[in-house]
Design a binder for this molecule. Structure first.
Ligand code: FMN
Length: 337
C-alpha cells in the first residue's frame, strides 16, 4: 500500500516535502546545539574547574606569545596578568591537589619566565607583585617547572624535515608567527596542498577549498579582520581553508565542513613543515561582521564556511615561539570497555 502511494506521488513533491522537513530539523537541531554550547562553554566569571583551567590556558598562551616576540616589549600583558591572578586563586580553591594540576603549574612556569626576564633587565615589577599573594609570588620565583614560556626554533633544524618519521615531524612542528623576509610562492604552497589532498573526508566528497593569498595588500587588510595576529609583522603568505557546503546533502551534515576542513588543515600544516616551511594556524571563528568583511575582501563564495587561516613563510635563522604544553594523553582518554 505504502509503496503504491509512493509510486503515485511525483518525485518533485517528495523532494519538496523532504526539504521542508529538513529545514525544520535544521532550525530545531541548530537551536538544540546552541543550547548545549551555551550551557557548557567557559564563561567569564564561572568557578567550574574546567572553565577556570580553560581561561588560565588562554591567558598563559597570551603570556607565552609576549615572551616569544622578537620585538620584546617589557611590561607587556598587564591586563592579562590582572585576569590571570584571580583565576589562579580560584583554581587553587577548587582543586585540592593543585601541586599536580598541570594547567596551574604551566601557568606558574610561564609567569616564572616573565618574572625572570623582567628582573634580569631591572624592570620594576610592582604592578605584577601587587596582583599575587605572597605564596604564589614566591612559587613563581621558585618553580623548577619548565613546561611554560617560550622556546627557540632554528631554520638549521628544519633542513632534513623531509626525512623525519611521522612522530618526529609531529614533535618538531610548532606554530611560528614571525617569518623570514623572503616571499613564498603559491606553487610552494600548492605542493603541500597536493600532499594534503590525501586527507579523508565524508564519503570522499572533499568539501575543502583552499584560497592562497600572496598579495601583501590583501594580507594587510585580512589580518586585522582575523584579529589573533596583532603585534606581528605581516606573513608572506596566507592560506584560507574553507568548506564548500554544496558537498553536503542534509541538515545532519551542517557541521561536517569544519571536521573535514580541520582534518585537511592539520595535513596541510604537516605537509608545510615537511617542506621546510614555517606556519601558524589562525582561527576564522569570526563575529558576523568580520566574517562578512573577510568574505567580501577575498571573494569567498557564499557556499563556503571559513574553517581556518594558515600563515605561511620561510623560517628565520632563529625565532622564538610558545611552548604550548599539552595535556597528558591519559587525561583526555575515556575507555569504554
Ligand atoms: C584552529 C586554530 C586557530 C588558531 N588561532 C590562532 C590565532 O588566532 N592566533 C595565534 O597566534 N595562534 C593561533 N593558533 C595557534 C595555536 O595557538 C597553537 O596551535 C597552539 O598554541 C599549539 O601550539 P603549536 O601549534 O605550536 O603546537 C590557532 C591554532 C588552531 C589549530
Amino acid at each position: 500500500m505504502k509503496e503504491t502511494i509512493k509510486k503515485l506521488i511525483p518525485e518533485s513533491l517528495i523532494a519538496r516535502l523532504r526539504g521542508l522537513e529538513a529545514d525544520m530539523k535544521l532550525h530545531h537541531e541548530t537551536a538544540h546545539q546552541m543550547r548545549r554550547f551555551r550551557r557548557n562553554y567557559a564563561r567569564r566569571g564561572s568557578m567550574r574547574q574546567e572553565h577556570l583551567e580553560t581561561r588560565i590556558i588562554f591567558f598563559t598562551h597570551q603570556i607565552e606569545k609576549g615572551l616569544s616576540h622578537t620585538d620584546f616589549r617589557y611590561g607587556f600583558g598587564k591586563g592579562v596578568l590582572a585576569q590571570m591572578a584571580p583565576l589562579m586563586a580560584a583554581l587553587r580553591a577548587v582543586d585540592s591537589d593543585i601541586a599536580h594540576n598541570d594547567v596551574y603549574q604551566t601557568a606558574i612556569s610561564s609567569l616564572h619566565e616573565y618574572r625572570v626576564r623582567h628582573e634580569a633587565a631591572h624592570v620594576d615589577l610592582t604592578y605584577m607583585r601587587d596582583l599575587f599573594d605572597a605564596a604564589t609570588w614566591n612559587a613563581i620565583a621558585a618553580t623548577e617547572n619548565t613546561t611554560g614560556g617560550a622556546m627557540v626554533i632554528r631554520s638549521s633544524d628544519k633542513r632534513h624535515n623531509d626525512s623525519l618519521t611521522f612522530t618526529q615531524l609531529m614533535e618538531k612542528r610548532h606554530s611560528v608567527r614571525e617569518f623570514a623576509d623572503e616571499s613564498v610562492s603559491a606553487s610552494e604552497i600548492t605542493k603541500a596542498v597536493d600532499i594534503a589532498m590525501r586527507t579523508p573526508s565524508v564519503c570522499n566528497r572533499q568539501p575543502t577549498r583552499v584560497h592562497i593569498i600572496t598579495n601583501p595588500q590583501l594580507i594587510r587588510h585580512a589580518m586585522p579582520l582575523q584579529g589573533g595576529f596583532r603585534g606581528y609583522p605581516m606573513p608572506p603568505a596566507l592560506v584560507l581553508i574553507t568548506a564548500d557546503n554544496q558537498a553536503f546533502m542534509n541538515q545532519d551534515e551542517r557541521n561536517e565542513g569544519y571536521t573535514d576542513g580541520g582534518l585537511f588543515g592539520m595535513s596541510l600544516l604537516l605537509a608545510l613543515e615537511e617542506q621546510g616551511l614555517a606556519a601558524c594556524p589562525l582561527n576564522t571563528m569570526l563575529p558576523m561582521k568580520r566574517d562578512e568583511a573577510t568574505r567580501k575582501l577575498l571573494g569567498v563564495p557564499d557556499s563556503e564556511f571559513l574553517v581556518m587561516y594558515i600563515a605561511v613563510g620561510h623560517f628565520r635563522d632563529e625565532v622564538m615561539t610558545c611552548k604550548s604544553q599539552r595535556f597528558a594523553a591519559d587525561s583526555i582518554v575515556t575507555v569504554h570497555a
